[in-house]
Structures are given as structure tokens and as C-alpha cells.
Write a protein that binds this ligand. Structure first.
Ligand code: COI
Length: 354
């Protein structure tokens, strides 16, 4: 970061915090006192402001509402036992944000705007960081096209914003998962690796169908054979088979390069596992289950952190797991929590002090 960020800060007259109990919060329902907003016009970012959280006034013709040029990130801030605030690996989210922007033909957001803007916003609202276990301040940077034009073309103008939500666990209990064979999330050459808003909207129908059958989420499979596993709901997915941890590889561009995925790979290696990032066929998963070598299956994500999967259904074959006796996923969850709360050495420098 070179020059100081040229930013106008207007503080809220009163904090809404006194009306909120920071215990047992649902995910993503409450928002803090302030937000960051910036506009992209004529090839540059301007009007950079932190101001009281408030609605946007938008024309009905705003391009993002019609053609979905919209991307986002999920980041989390925590407080240690001294009350100091830290953000978990924000630089990795920054890099991924601009990878998503490029894929969606949107302008890059400068590092200083993303990183320093986020830091200033979290600093201003740091009293909103919950200290209860499994709680955090969820940071949502996002960008959308803002041209008032319904012609189909990349917008000339964009809005970049950051909002903050004090939040509890995303999935509170171990999950039942349905292996999806009809609908697809991502194809090679598509936008699966980007955190594009439309990826999430496009997943809702299949997820609703799985919910009707009594499942919490789907395990996405490849678009051609419906055999190779991709992601689980909004999470990356890991399988512990024998002494090996396997997670789908990124090279086909169908998998989101999750920050919690990367952290989990590092923790698994620290625990002595061989980690394989590769294509994984559902038939191999079933064979391992039948041979009693499929020990654990879990999802990873910023919102979800580590979520254990207690049941996996493929066609009529049901795999059930005794999650209460697992060692690996709970250990990773604990180590990550301990690093985030300052109770375990941050040897990879993941925590950025606010
Ligand atoms: C995250 O883990 O931050 C996500 O993006 C999931 C979400 C859409 C809530």
C-alpha cells in the first residue's frame, strides 16, 4: 500500500448495537452501523466513502439487476482475548475477488481500496465483533455493474461496497447431503471458480429439490458423467480415505479456490495427512465406504467454516457416518478457531490485525 486511501468517513450519529444481543445470532441477518461504498467511472475508482449503513437508491434499469454482472466475497473478523480485532486472510479474498472480476468482465478493485477500506470499516465497527464461540463478524465485499442501460454489454460504471454482519454459525448441525445427478453447478469453461452472484442463484432450485427429499444440501457432480464430485452446497468438500485427504482439484475451473479450503489443506498436512487435490469419482467414494476406509466427509467455507457430513446419499445408496467419533474435522475446526481467537500460534500469518 503506497498512498493513503482518499476516503470520506461519516460516522453514524447513534449506534444500533445497543438494540442487538450479540449472542446466538443467525447468519447474515443483522448489519453494523457503517458501510463502504465506491464508484467506478471513466476508468477510475472515486467517491470512496464509509458512511452510515443505509439503503441504495438505484434505477430499475441498473444493469446488474438484469444481466447479473455481480460478484462478492466472504471474509471474517474476530476478537482475541485482549479485545484486539483481526481479519482472517483478507489478502487471499482480495486476490480471488479480482479473479472473479476479470471473469465477469468487471474492473479490478485496487488493493488499497479493498484492504485498507475493509480495515477502516472493521475498525470503526469493531464493537460489533461477537466473542461467543462459533460467532464472528462476517465481512461481505461485493461489486455490481451500475450502468442504467438494458443493452447487453459490460457496464462502464460499477459500485464496490463492503457491509458487515455480526453472525453465528451457518450450518449448526452435521449435514445430510444428496449427491446431485440432474442439475449442475459448474462446467469447464464456465464461471464455477468465480464468486459470481449467479452461481448461488442458479443453485437454489436443485437445493430446494434436495430439501424436499429431506436433505440439507447437494453434492455437485460434473456436468458430463455426473460422477466426479465438485462442491457441497456453498462449500468445498474433503474426503478422508485411509491416511489420505482428497479434495477436488481446481484445474478445470469448476471449483472455487476457497480460503478455508487452502487453510484446511495446510492443517491436514500439519496433521500428517497426504493431501491429494484431484478428480474424485463417486464410485471410488462408495468403494472406500464399503471397505470401511472412508473415515470422514466434511465441507469447508468462510461462512460454514468446517461442516461435518453425517449422511451422503447417491441414488439409493446411503452412506452414514458416526460424526461424534471423528477426529480430523473437529481438530481442524478447533485449530482454526484457536488461531482466529489468538489461542494457537499463527505461524502462517493468517491473521491481519485491524
Ligand atoms: C462464504 O462462505 O462466505 C460464502 O460465500 C457462502 C455464502 C454464500 C454464505
Amino acid at each position: 500500500m503506497t498512498a493513503a486511501l482518499d476516503i470520506l468517513i461519516t460516522k453514524a450519529e447513534q449506534s444500533k448495537l445497543k438494540d442487538l444481543n450479540l449472542e446466538n445470532l443467525p447468519f447474515g441477518k443483522f448489519f453494523t452501523d457503517h458501510m463502504l461504498e465506491a464508484d467506478y467511472e471513466n476508468g477510475e475508482w472515486k467517491n470512496i466513502e464509509i458512511k452510515p449503513y443505509q439503503p441504495l437508491l438505484l434505477s430499475p434499469s441498473v444493469a446488474a439487476l438484469h444481466y447479473g454482472q455481480a460478484i462478492f466475497e466472504g471474509v471474517k473478523a474476530y476478537k482475541d482475548s485482549n479485545g484486539d480485532a483481526y481479519i482472517f486472510r483478507p489478502i487471499d479474498n482480495f486476490k480471488r475477488f479480482n479473479i472473479s472480476a476479470e471473469r465477469m468482465q468487471m474492473p479490478a478493485v485496487p488493493e488499497e481500496l479493498f484492504m485498507e477500506g475493509m480495515r477502516l470499516l472493521v475498525e470503526l465497527d469493531k464493537n460489533w465483533i461477537p466473542s461467543k464461540p462459533d460467532h464472528s463478524l462476517y465481512i461481505r465485499p461485493f461489486m455490481f455493474s451500475s450502468d442504467e442501460l438494458i443493452g447487453v454489454r459490460p457496464s462502464d460504471t460499477y459500485k464496490f461496497m463492503i457491509i458487515l454482519s455480526p453472525t453465528g454459525p451457518y450450518y449448526s448441525a452435521p449435514m445430510r447431503i444428496y449427491v446431485e445427478e440432474n442439475y449442475v453447478r459448474a462446467v469447464p469453461g464456465g464461471v464455477g471458480y468465480a464468486k459470481a452472484a449467479g452461481n448461488y442463484g442458479a443453485a437454489m432450485y436443485a437445493t430446494a429439490e434436495a430439501k424436499k427429499k429431506g436433505y440439507d444440501q447437494v453434492l455437485w457432480t460434473d456436468a458430463f458423467e455426473h460422477k466426479y464430485v465438485q462442491e457441497c452446497g456453498t462449500m468445498n468438500v474433503f474426503f478422508i480415505i485411509g491416511n489420505t485427504a482428497i479434495t477436488p482439484s481446481l484445474e478445470l475451473g469448476t471449483i472455487l479456490n476457497g480460503v478455508t479450503r487452502q487453510s484446511t489443506i495446510t492443517m491436514l498436512q500439519e496433521m500428517g495427512f497426504t493431501v491429494e487435490e484431484r478428480r474424485l469419482n463417486i464410485d471410488d467414494i462408495i468403494d472406500a465406504y464399503k471397505a470401511n476406509t472412508l473415515y470422514e466427509v466434511f465441507g469447508t467455507g468462510t461462512a460454514a467454516t468446517i461442516s461435518m457430513i453425517k449422511e451422503l446419499r447417491y441414488k439409493d445408496f446411503v452412506m452414514e457416518f458416526d460424526v461424534d467419533n471423528w477426529k480430523t474435522a473437529p481438530t481442524i475446526k478447533k485449530w482454526l478457531t484457536d488461531i482466529r481467537e489468538g489461542n494457537r500460534e499463527d505461524k502462517y500469518n493468517w491473521m491481519q490485525k485491524v
